[in-house]
Design a protein around this ligand. Structure first.
Ligand code: ARG
Length: 407
C-alpha cells in the first residue's frame, strides 16, 4: 500500500498541498463574536479571496498540486448514509444533542447537496435559515441573542491546524477551542471516505481525546525527527501520546517538545519557529532568553512502549544533534529589532512556508524579515497579505502539505 500522504520534512519540494479558499464564513464574524472565533478583525472577503488565489497560484507556479478541503469533503460525503452520519455528528458537536432544534438542523442539512452541505458547515447556520417554532424547554434555553445556531468556521483557511501530515500518515487533531473543533471532523471524513485517501492512511492519533494538539505546533524536521510546540494549543500529554504512537508505528524515534509562551500572538510553534533549509530556521527572538536558550525536552522510545525524555535549553545543540549538522543558522524575525520583530511576528513574519530547501513563501508586509532571509541566501516568494493576515496566520498556517519530495 503506498500512502497518498508523504511528508518527511518541512522543506522537501512541495508536490501536493491542501488549502481552503476563504468563503462567506469570514463575513459571519462580528465584533461581538470576533474574540471567540479567534479573529482580531474582520477581513474584507473579496480581497482575502484574491490574496488566497494569488497564494494558491504561487504554489502551482512552483510545481505543487493544490487540492481544496471543500472539494475533498464534498466528494467524501457523496454517499447519503455517510452524509447523514456526518450531519448528525456535526449537529451534536455544535451542541444540539436532541430535541426540536437538533431535528430542524438535521432536516435542513439533509436537504442539501454534498457541496452545499460543506459550504453551509463552513458558513454556519443561522436561526432564520430554519423555520423554528419553540416547542420544548431545550429550545427555549438555546434561544440566545446570537443569530447562529451552528457557528461559522472562519479559521478553516488555516488548513495547517486540524490535522498534520507526518511521514506516511496523519494526526487528526482534537483542537483546543470550540470555534475550531468541528474542522477536524471534516478531515476525519476526508480520510475515511474520499477515494484518494480511504483505507490508505495511517492515523497516528485521532481526534477522540481530551488533550489537544494542533498542526501549527507539529513540525516534521526529518524522516525520524519531529518538533512539537508545548503551547496555548498543544498540551504536553498530547505530545507524549502522539510520540508513543509514532515510536510504535513509524520510523520516527525523536520528538523535540519546545515550550513557547501561551498567548494569542504565538498560539502555535510555527508562529515563532519554522524550518526553511537543511540547517536554517526562522525564530522569533522573544521565545529565546538573552543567551539564545529555550526550554525543550527530547523524547525517545523507552521500555515497554513508554518514552524517555531529557530536558535541554540549548536549542541549537539539540537541533544539530537531531539533524546531524555541524552548524544551525537561526534567522531572527524582524532582524531582532525590539519594535520590528514583534510587529512582523504579529503579522506572521516567522510563519514561512518552505516549498523546497532554501525556498520559501512569505507575506509581503514583513519586509524586514524577508530582506534578512534573502541576506541569508534564501529564495523568497512574497504573497499579498492585507486581509488574510487579519486571521493571525501566514503561509505555513494556510497550507497542509500532503506530499513532499524526500530530502
Ligand atoms: N498554524 C497556525 N499558526 N495557525 C494560525 C491559526 C490562527 C487562527 N485564528 C487560530 O487562532 O486558530
Amino acid at each position: 500500500m503506498t500512502s497518498p500522504i508523504h511528508v518527511t520534512s518541512e522543506i522537501g519540494k512541495l508536490k501536493t498541498v491542501m488549502l481552503h479558499r476563504p468563503g462567506r464564513e469570514i463575513e459571519n464574524i462580528t465584533p461581538d463574536s470576533m474574540e471567540r472565533l479567534l479573529f482580531d478583525d474582520i477581513p474584507y472577503l473579496p480581497i482575502a479571496q484574491e490574496e488566497h488565489d494569488f497564494f494558491a497560484q504561487t504554489l502551482r507556479d512552483n510545481g505543487a498540486e493544490v487540492i481544496y478541503t471543500e472539494d475533498l469533503a464534498a466528494e467524501a460525503l457523496a454517499d447519503e448514509a455517510v452524509r447523514n452520519e456526518f450531519i448528525e455528528r456535526q449537529v451534536v458537536e455544535a451542541g444540539f444533542v436532541a430535541g426540536v432544534t437538533h431535528d430542524a438542523l438535521v432536516e435542513y442539512l439533509k436537504a442539501l447537496t454534498p457541496a452545499e452541505l460543506v459550504t453551509r458547515i463552513y458558513e454556519g447556520i443561522r436561526k432564520d435559515d430554519l423555520e423554528l417554532t419553540i416547542l420544548d424547554l431545550a429550545a427555549v434555553s438555546e434561544n440566545t441573542e446570537w443569530p447562529f445556531l451552528m457557528d461559522p468556521l472562519p479559521n478553516a483557511y488555516f488548513t495547517r491546524d486540524p490535522q498534520a501530515s507526518i511521514g506516511d500518515g496523519m494526526s487528526v487533531n482534537k483542537m483546543t477551542f470550540p470555534a475550531r473543533q468541528r474542522e477536524s471532523m471534516i478531515t476525519e471524513y476526508i480520510l475515511k471516505y474520499n477515494a484518494r485517501f480511504a483505507g490508505k492512511v495511517k492515523v497516528w492519533r485521532d481526534r477522540n481525546h481530551a488533550s489537544h494538539i494542533e498542526g501549527g505546533d507539529e513540525l516534521v524536521l526529518s524522516d525520524h525527527v519531529v518538533a512539537i510546540g508545548i503551547s496555548q494549543r498543544t498540551t504536553a500529554d498530547a505530545i507524549q501520546d502522539i510520540a508513543k504512537s509514532l515510536f510504535a508505528n513509524s520510523d520516527y524515534d525523536t520528538v523535540i517538545a519546545i515550550s513557547i509562551p501561551h498567548n494569542h500572538a504565538m498560539m502555535h510553534l510555527d508562529t515563532v519557529f519554522t524550518m526553511i533549509n537543511y540547517d536554517q530556521f526562522t525564530v522569533h527572538p522573544d521565545i529565546l532568553t538573552e543567551d539564545g536558550k529555550v526550554d525543550n525536552w527530547v523524547l525517545h522510545p523507552g521500555k515497554d512502549g513508554e518514552v524517555t525524555f531529557e530536558h535541554h535549553t540549548d536549542i541549537k545543540e539539540v537541533l544539530k544533534k537531531a539533524l546531524g549538522k555541524s552548524e544551525i543558522d537561526l534567522i531572527p524575525t524582524g532582524n531582532g529589532d525590539p519594535i520590528v520583530a514583534p510587529r512582523e511576528q504579529w503579522n506572521d513574519g516567522s510563519n514561512t512556508l518552505a516549498i523546497a530547501p532554501g525556498e520559501v513563501v512569505t507575506y509581503n508586509r514583513n519586509y524586514v524579515s524577508n530582506a534578512l532571509l534573502r541576506e541569508h541566501g534564501i529564495l523568497v516568494h512574497e504573497v499579498r497579505s492585507s486581509e488574510l493576515s487579519r486571521g493571525r496566520g501566514g503561509p505555513r498556517c494556510m497550507s497542509c502539505p500532503i506530499v513532499r519530495e524526500d530530502i
